[in-house]
Design a protein around this ligand. Structure first.
Ligand code: SF4
Ligand code: SF4
Length: 231
């Protein structure tokens, strides 16, 4: 089994609901509080597992905003695991989820330097590394309804831009989406073999604006009369 997320860049509206739900759920979850620094002061900051980047592509009038959520990719060949000197960073054999054992982490930062996706954050209050857990404490919780055994970010997304499932199962929703929509991995050339996959934004048809001229009422009426007479 290889669990992970599919994120649809065509429908993500960049609302940050997934990031907020992630922080809320995981602050009270297995990794413990996610620190906030100066929450009500100047330059507030904090630990987030999921952050949304915003990119502007193309030139006006053919430009477009792409909202790009990023969290741990749960890579198959994760260097964050191999560089960890204490064995705190590990990848589960049974489902491919990459986790950090908070009791073994000494906060040396090696894993965050190894991760090309910026997925790891040092929690300065606990002195340990924090990262997306794929909501491990939700997805296996048998006290929840099966429909709720999904990551908080997936359940919360109002645009339904996020999907969770098993990439090893060719019939899963995530596998079908990746096949049907030509899903792409982020920076595959680095060789980390990320599990999370992005559905690329579909092409938009640009609306020409250079030659738009509003016709005056007289010429519109004349045009209509001419068309009517010609019939
Ligand atoms: S899967 Fe869970 S921990 Fe990971 S980004 Fe989504 S909400 Fe956060
Ligand atoms: S909640 Fe959904 S639409 Fe909003 S930023 Fe996250 S992925 Fe995008």
């Amino acid at each position: 089994m290889r669990l992970g997320l599919v994120i649809d860049l065509d429908t993500c509206v960049g609302c940050h609901a997934c990031a907020t739900a992630c922080k809320q759920w995981n602050t009270s979850g297995t990794t413990g509080p996610l620190a906030d620094y100066r929450p009500y002061g100047e330059n507030p900051s904090g630990v987030w597992f999921n952050r949304i980047r915003h990119y502007e592509v193309g030139d006006y009038p053919n430009n477009k905003t792409i909202n790009f959520p990023m969290s741990c990719m749960h890579c198959d060949d994760a260097d964050c695991v191999t560089v960890c000197p204490t064995g705190a960073s590990y990848k589960r054999k049974e489902d491919g989820v990459v986790l950090v054992d908070q009791t073994k982490c000494m906060g040396c930062n090696y894993c965050s330097w190894a991760c090309p996706y910026g997925a790891r954050e040092l929690d300065r209050e606990s002195g340990t590394m924090k990262k997306c857990t794929l909501c491990i404490d939700r997805i296996y919780d048998e006290t929840l309804d099966p429909v709720d055994r999904q990551p908080a970010c997936v359940i919360t997304c109002p645009a339904h831009a996020r999907y969770f499932g098993d990439f090893d199962n060719p019939d899963s929703e995530v596998s079908k989406l990746v096949r049907d929509r030509a899903g792409m991995k982020l920076m595959p050339e680095l060789g980390y073999n990320p599990t999370n996959t992005y559905l690329p934004p579909r092409l938009t048809r640009p609306v020409p604006t250079d030659d738009v001229r509003r016709k005056d009422l007289v010429s519109s009426v004349k045009e209509w009369v001419n068309r009517a007479v010609a019939r």
